[in-house]
Design a protein around this ligand. Structure first.
Ligand code: FNR
Length: 184
């Protein structure tokens, strides 16, 4: 059966390399995974005062995570950590306490950077939250995609054969991971 994967991109800018990666992955995914970006740019800043009655964009976002079979994070690294917009989205769907939308969703992390280190710091800081949120996050293969400034063709495809094949394998492994860790 096909699993719906909520793809969360940790950058809001139009020309985001991470968004390009997410869109390229939608096309590379095996038939058993349906990838779709869930937007986070319209979310308010998380405020615990609103836990009883969250603003509509926050409620809608949480519902979309709740309805997904799995989650895939595609994120840049900001100052060696997770961009605030992504952390905000994670916090929003995690509350109120005991009612987290993340609980038990199989997940994976991809970090993309024009730099050489491939967003390793963000990738692993994100995993720290996923441990607490009970998101079983695929350990292997890891995806720290560096040098991404030259990675995408004008049509948005991954122009480098070895990276494209690697991402394809990553998605196949993720499909198995999702199958193995799905409640249904
Ligand atoms: C960055 N960038 C960056 N890159 C990196 O590899 N490690 C880092 O710690 C940082 N820190 C950082 C902080 C802030 C505030 C910005 C705006 C940028 C550079 C970053 O990787 C680059 O801008 C990417 O292109 C951002 O990803 P998107 O927007 O292209 O998806």
């Amino acid at each position: 059966t096909t699993k719906n994967v909520a793809v969360i991109v940790g950058s809001l800018r139009k020309e985001s390399l991470n968004r390009k990666m997410a869109l390229a992955l939608e096309k590379l995914a095996p038939d058993t995974l349906k990838l779709g970006i869930v937007e986070i740019g319209n979310l308010p800043l998380y405020n615990q005062d609103f836990d009883d009655d969250p603003p509509k964009p926050a409620r809608d976002f949480k519902d979309q995570i709740q309805n997904a079979d799995a989650v895939l994070f595609v994120t840049p690294e900001y100052n060696r950590s997770v961009p605030g917009v992504l952390k905000n989205a994670i916090d929003i769907a995690s509350r109120p306490y005991g009612k987290s939308a993340w609980d038990g969703k199989p997940g994976a992390v991809i970090s993309v950077s024009p730099g050489a280190v491939g967003g390793f710091g963000a990738n692993h800081h994100l995993r720290q939250s996923l441990v607490f949120l009970n998101v079983p996050a695929m350990q292997q293969p890891e995806a720290y995609i560096g040098g991404a400034g030259k990675l995408f063709s004008d049509s948005g495809d991954i122009a480098n054969d070895s990276t494209r094949e690697f991402m394809q394998k990553f998605l196949q492994s993720f499909a198995q991971w999702v199958e193995r860790h799905s409640a249904r």
